[in-house]
Design a protein around this ligand. Structure first.
Ligand code: IMP
Ligand code: MG
Length: 181
C-alpha cells in the first residue's frame, strides 16, 4: 500500500505527537464544560480513536455518517446524511471531528444541521486542512496540520474506500487516480 504513495507527509509518530498537543489544548478549553464529540464517519475514525484517548475529561461521543465523494477525488457538492435522526445535542457543548477540511461543504452542512438542534456551543476540529479557497466558509478551531491542495490518503482517509488503514498520511501517486493522465 505504501508503494502507492508519491511521498509520505506525516508518519505515525509525527501524527501522534501532534495529537498530544491538540488533545492538551482541547482538554484545557473544555475543563469546565461537558464535552460532546460528534465524529464524522468514516474518515475521522482513526483520528478520533487516537485523539479521544488523549483527552482525560468525561465526554460523550456520537457519530454522524455523511458522504459527498462517491469514489472520486473531487467533491460532488452534494452531502448525503446517512441517518435520519440527529444525536440529542440540545444545550451541549459540541466538538465536531473530521479528517480533512477541503471544500468546506461537509463541515458547513454538518455544522448548520447541528445548529438546528440547539447546542450550547459548536467547535470544529480537523486533522488536516488544505490551503485553498473554500467553496463554503468554515473555520476549524483546532487543526492538526495544514497541507497543500493535493489528494492525500491514510490514517482514515481513503481513495475509493482504500488506504484508510495506512498508519501514515501521504500523497497518492497521480497515475493511480482514475481519470488523471
Ligand atoms: P469537503 O466537503 O470538500 O470539505 O471534503 C470533506 C471530505 O472529503 C472529507 O471528510 C474527506 O472524506 C474527503 N476528502 C477531501 N479531501 C480529501 C483528500 O485529500 N483525501 C481523501 N479524502 C478527502
Ligand atoms: Mg472520504
Amino acid at each position: 500500500m505504501q508503494d502507492d504513495l508519491a511521498r509520505v507527509l506525516f508518519d505515525e509518530a509525527t501524527i501522534l505527537r501532534r495529537l498530544d498537543q491538540i488533545a492538551a489544548e482541547i482538554s484545557r478549553d473544555y475543563r469546565e464544560r461537558e464535552l460532546t464529540v460528534i465524529a464524522i464517519l468514516n474518515g475521522s475514525l482513526i483520528f478520533m480513536a487516537d485523539l479521544l484517548r488523549r483527552i482525560p475529561l468525561p465526554l460523550k461521543l456520537d457519530c454522524l455518517s455523511v458522504a459527498s465523494y462517491h469514489g472520486g477525488v473531487e467533491t460532488t457538492g452534494e452531502l448525503i446524511f446517512r441517518q435520519v435522526a440527529l444525536p440529542d445535542i440540545a444545550g451541549r457543548h459540541i466538538l465536531i471531528l473530521d479528517d480533512i477540511l477541503d471544500s468546506g461543504i461537509t463541515l458547513s452542512a454538518v455544522r448548520q444541521k447541528l445548529e438546528t438542534a440547539g447546542p450550547a456551543s459548536i467547535r470544529v476540529c480537523v486533522l488536516l486542512q488544505k490551503k485553498k479557497l473554500r467553496r463554503r466558509t468554515v473555520d476549524a478551531d483546532y487543526v492538526g496540520f495544514e497541507i497543500e491542495d493535493e489528494f492525500v490518503v491514510g490514517y482514515g482517509l481513503d481513495y475509493a474506500e482504500r488506504y484508510r488503514n495506512l498508519p501514515c498520511i501521504g500523497v497518492l501517486r497521480k497515475e493511480l487516480i482514475t481519470g488523471s493522465s
